[in-house]
Structures are given as structure tokens and as C-alpha cells.
Design a protein around this ligand. Structure first.
Ligand SMILES: Cc1ncc(COP(=O)(O)O)c(C=O)c1O
Length: 452
């Protein structure tokens, strides 16, 4: 089986895998001998970590009265109550942003932002290729071309040095992604965008409370986009937000997400005076999010502590390279990633390393692959619309340019990621992660030789 689980699929399996491991370890415990304990779990030894990991999402009984209150009020639509507006102001406050607009999802936050930054049919947007597919789709739905900047293998984020050569007269915006909650190096990205008069929309869908040089992700470009989907650190099933510091832009966002109705200073003669759609958040989502703000702050501190501890220990293991963050920045770790070099593990291929580590009770995956080769973009550029909007030469050169993404290819081929819920465990569990990787390294020759 290819080791290309989707991130969400992986999160689901990680939780299920933990439950299975707890059950297996309970059954197996009395029959493990000392010699077996040292063997890799994949070859019949005992797993290093036997306790499983916390489920996600989690909730507290104390939230129930507030949720029930909305339920019993019958005021479920944003226009008939205050919960959504209250959340917007709390979230803007938390980020130090002037304004926040809650949306139905992170994808719709991206759609609103790209529309408001005037990304139109036939335009091009320079984007990180190392991301969840929604980032590509938000550009494609606008009938614009997602032009991929390369990924810096040291940081796993957009390599600013690869942006300028990709700018054409059609380029309207840059869309950096703070992947896994690790801030992109925004100063050089913003400087290029300013120089070339491009908009900057941050995909901060995995970066609630991440910081770059003292400012929160989502407040560093023109607009920032967040997701509150169920796997996220601040979850409400589905949900999203656009943040920013310009009243004018946020009024436009509000109008667009609300069927084109006038908002604030952005109004015309007719009630539905501008193009728009319905991307509104519900009151239920907002009340759930409001309850979780303190929890987000506490858990972010916990994840950071665990991640710092892992980084300090894992960087000592030859062949394991934790990601480098930009100077003076703090990540929030939606996943904890590291790059794996098989040469230091007797050539043990990454997918087998992943299976061996998962068998040790440490679920992990290869996360994102080179999605631009999956056919989605071929389908888009072969469509009637794209053929009308772009010349055949441009589309051919565009398709050829995927081969140039050497940094991204390396990242996709060597990264291993663990989900955020694992970072909420105790110090002993972090030690287990380190110990499990060391154990696999010790036995890597035997693991490499063992049948697939
Ligand atoms: C980087 C990134 N961008 C965009 C999205 C889309 O958000 P949503 O699923 O809320 O539409 C996600 C969600 O997984 C994401 O991780």
C-alpha cells in the first residue's frame, strides 16, 4: 500500500490505531520477555509506547449550558443572534488583529479573501505547494492558476527566493501557507509583494496563535485565513475566519460572504449591490469556538513545550532533522514534522520506518505528497474555461514547471509527521517517541532486511 494517507485520514487512523495498540498491549503484556522487549515491535517485540494517545476533539461539560442556550433560543442563523459577532471580536483580540470575519470554513475564508484581493479569472497566484489541497482549490475555483513557489527543505515552508522568477504580468497575489502552524518567513515575502504590487493572503488554516517576529500569523499580510474544522486546534466541526487590519477590506469580505449585502462603509444603491455568496458561520459554531479560546491558549503552550523537547532530543539522532523556524518565531504544531534520511538507518525506506514507528505505538505518516502530479491540475488546465483564459504555451510551460520544484520534491519524499494530539501527552510519552526512533535506528539493518 502506498504511504499516502490524507492528513485527515491519518488523524482518524492514528486515534483508531492508538485504541488498537492499547488493546493489543493489554493482551500481550504477560508474555513479553526481556529479549523481546528490545526487538522492534514490527518484528515481534513489545511497543515502546503502550498507552495510546488522546482522542481529538475534546470537550468539557461546562460548555453545555452555553450551547444549549443557543439551541433553545431558535436563533441559529448569524443574523438573528450575537454569538458569531462576539466570537469575531474575541478572535480578533486574541490575534491582535483589527477585524475578524467568521466564515463557514477555511476554504470559504480563502475564497472570500482571494475575491476581495481581486484575484479574477485568468490571473495567477503564487502559492506554497506543500499544503492541504484546499489551498490549490481556492485558487482554481476562482479560475486562476496556482503557480507553485518552491518549498525550503529546511523550513518546509515557501522559499522566498523562489517567488520572483515565477511572477508574470498575470500574477495578482502571493499565498504563503504556515504549514503545520510553522510561520513562513514573511518579511522577504511581503517585501517582494510590495515591490511587485501583489496582494498577500496568508493561509493560516493550521496556524492559530503562531507568531512571527512578535506578531500573530494571519495579521502579517493583507488578509489571513483560518480553519476551525474538527481536526484543528480550535474546532467547531466546520468553520473558518478571515482576519486583517483594514476596515475597508474586511467590509468587502463581509459583503461578499453575505450574498453581496452592504456592510459598514462598503455599500451601494441596491440592497445586494455587489457579487457575493453565502459563506456565513452558524451561531452553534461560534458558541463552541467561544468556549474553547482559553483551552486553545493552554494547549498551545503544552504543544510548544512538547515540540521544543522533541526538537532538542531528535536533532541529536543522526538522520532525523526537525524543521527550522524563521528567527524570532513560534510555531503551534498542527503536526510535528521531521525529515528522515534513510542513509543513517541502513537504507530503511521511509514507508517502512513509518510502519516500524507506528508499530512502536507512535503513529506517524508521510503527510503531503507531490499533489500537482495527481491529475487535479491536468483536469483544470484541460477544462474549457482554462483553455479560454490562458494560451496553450502558458499552460504547457505551467505543466512543465512542476518538475522544477526540487525542494518540494525532497520535502515530500523525506518528511514524517505526528499529529498535534500526541503533543498534549506527558514528558514520558515524548521520551517514548525519542526512544522508539532510537530503537528503530539500532535495529534498522534487521528491519531493512525483513520482508515488506
Ligand atoms: C493549510 C490548509 N488550508 C486550507 C484548509 C481548508 O480549511 P477547511 O477544511 O476548514 O475548509 C485546511 C484545512 O485542513 C488547511 O489545512
Amino acid at each position: 500500500m502506498k504511504n499516502h494517507l490524507t492528513r485527515r485520514g491519518f488523524i482518524g487512523r492514528a486515534a483508531a490505531g492508538s485504541a488498537a495498540l492499547t488493546w493489543l498491549s493489554a493482551r500481550r503484556a504477560p508474555t513479553v520477555f526481556a529479549a523481546d522487549a528490545a526487538k522492534p515491535a514490527l518484528l515481534g517485540g513489545a511497543p515502546v509506547h503502550q498507552g495510546g494517545w488522546a482522542n481529538w476533539p475534546t470537550w468539557r461539560e461546562s460548555w453545555e449550558p452555553a450551547v444549549l442556550k443557543v439551541f433553545r433560543s431558535g436563533r441559529w442563523f448569524r443574523g438573528s443572534g450575537n454569538n458569531v459577532a462576539e466570537f469575531e471580536s474575541a478572535y480578533a483580540n486574541l490575534l491582535g488583529a483589527k477585524r475578524c470575519l467568521a466564515t463557514a470554513s477555511g476554504t470559504t475564508a480563502l475564497l472570500v479573501s482571494l475575491h476581495v484581493m481581486d484575484v479574477d479569472a485568468g490571473d495567477e497566484v503564487i502559492v506554497s505547494p506543500y499544503t492541504f489541497i484546499a489551498t490549490y482549490n481556492a485558487i482554481l475555483v476562482n479560475k486562476a492558476l496556482p503557480v507553485f513557489a518552491d518549498t525550503d527543505p529546511a523550513t518546509l515552508t515557501m522559499d522566498p527566493a523562489s517567488i520572483e522568477s515565477r511572477i508574470t504580468e498575470r500574477t495578482r497575489a502571493v499565498l504563503p501557507v504556515h504549514i503545520y502552524g510553522m510561520p513562513c518567513d514573511m518579511d522577504p515575502i511581503n517585501a517582494i509583494a510590495r515591490k511587485r504590487k501583489l496582494a498577500v493572503v496568508e493561509d493560516a488554516c493550521q496556524a492559530w496563535l503562531a507568531e512571527y517576529k512578535g506578531r500573530k500569523c494571519g495579521t502579517l499580510g493583507d488578509l489571513g485565513c483560518f480553519s476551525f474544522q474538527e481536526s484543528k486546534h480550535l474546532p467547531s466541526g466546520e468553520g473558518g475566519a478571515v482576519t486583517g487590519n483594514s476596515d475597508e477590506l474586511l467590509d468587502r469580505c463581509h459583503a461578499f460572504h453575505n450574498c453581496g449585502r452592504a456592510t459598514g462603509g462598503f455599500k451601494g444603491a441596491r440592497p445586494y449591490f455587489t457579487r457575493g455568496s453565502n459563506y456565513r458561520m452558524q451561531q452553534f459554531q461560534a458558541v463552541l469556538l467561544m468556549q474553547q479560546i482559553d483551552k486553545l491558549v493552554q494547549e498551545t503552550a503544552h504543544r510548544r513545550e512538547s515540540a521544543d523537547y522533541l526538537t532538542a532530543n531528535l536533532k541529536e539522532i543522526p538522520g532525523i532533522q526537525p524543521a527550522r523556524l524563521p528567527e524570532n518565531s513560534r510555531a503551534v504544531w498542527h503536526l510535528y514534522p521531521f525529515r528522515y534520511d534513510a542513509q543513517h538507518f541502513n537504507g530503511l525506506p521511509r514507508d517502512k520506518f513509518i510502519r516500524a514507528l507506528t508499530a512502536e505505538g507512535v503513529p506517524c505518516s508521510s503527510v503531503y505528497h507531490e499533489q500537482y502530479f495527481d491529475g487535479l491540475l491536468d483536469e483544470a488546465i484541460a477544462s474549457r474555461g482554462f483553455k479560454r483564459l490562458f494560451s496553450a504555451e502558458r499552460l504547457k510551460a505551467y505543466r512543465g514547471s512542476f518538475q522544477e520544484l526540487k525542494g518540494n520534491r525532497e520535502v515530500c519524499a523525506t518528511t514524517v509527521g505526528m499529529t498535534q494530539n500526541m503533543l498534549l501527552a506527558d514528558r514520558r510519552s515524548m521520551d517514548h517517541i525519542v526512544e522508539a526512533i532510537r530503537k528503530i535506528q539500532t535495529h534498522s539493518a534487521a528491519l531493512a532486511k525483513a520482508a515488506a
